[in-house]
Design a protein around this ligand. Structure first.
Ligand SMILES: CC(C)(COP(=O)(O)OP(=O)(O)OC[C@H]1O[C@@H](n2cnc3c(N)ncnc32)[C@H](O)[C@@H]1OP(=O)(O)O)[C@@H](O)C(=O)NCCC(=O)NCCS
Length: 153
């Protein structure tokens, strides 16, 4: 069956979503290792998020298997009272390059717009070319740079 996007279900989907986090975080924060404590903390954030009106998650499912997800939260910034903040987006390796990342992002963007958000924002790691490519292709623009400088000899 063709993959489909549906709302996240805590009981049914949390294990798969947690299993995706190693790749998500180790890819975006080179040198970081996802451990049990991190996953416990992520799970409790997820649990809180699903009971909050200001956060929403969808998953991508194909043949009964979870293949991706997107998580968005409504936040306020110094400038905008209501903005959709894309926290995570993920597609399993074998379904990449087929437009599912784009479809998940569009779902989160549409929901944000429906809630009254004026824009959507996200953070991206410069080392993650796939993600930066997806966001650029979807019309996201760089508005701030986080710069860093090593202090070792
Ligand atoms: C980032 C990610 C979600 C992209 O998912 P995807 O399903 O492959 O994305 P799509 O097929 O919808 O691609 C949409 C656009 O993104 C861009 N893109 C996708 N893969 C790319 C790559 N490897 N290099 C550069 N641009 C890329 C393209 O412009 C593409 O449009 P096109 O196919 O019309 O050219 C996926 O690679 C992923 O899950 N990565 C690991 C998790 C992660 O790092 N998530 C982001 C941070 S939370």
């Amino acid at each position: 069956m063709a993959p489909m996007i549906r709302e996240f279900n805590w009981r049914q989907d949390r294990r798969a979503v947690l299993s995706f986090q190693r790749e998500v975080y180790e890819r975006n924060f080179p040198g970081f290792t996802v451990d049990k404590a991190f996953l416990r903390d992520y799970a409790s954030q997820l649990r809180r998020a699903i009971s909050s009106w200001s956060e929403q998650m969808w998953v991508l499912e194909a043949d009964g298997e979870l293949c991706g997800f997107v998580w968005v939260a409504l936040i306020s910034t110094l400038i905008d009272p209501c903005v959709g903040y894309i926290k995570n987006v993920y597609v399993v390796p074998h379904l990449r390059g087929q437009g599912w990342g784009k479809a998940l992002l569009s779902t989160a963007e549409q929901w944000s717009a429906d809630q009254g958000a004026a824009k959507v924002v996200l953070d991206a790691s410069a080392c993650n070319q796939e993600a930066v490519g997806l966001y650029s292709a979807q019309g996201y623009e760089i508005v701030r740079h986080r710069m860093e400088k090593g202090l070792e000899d």
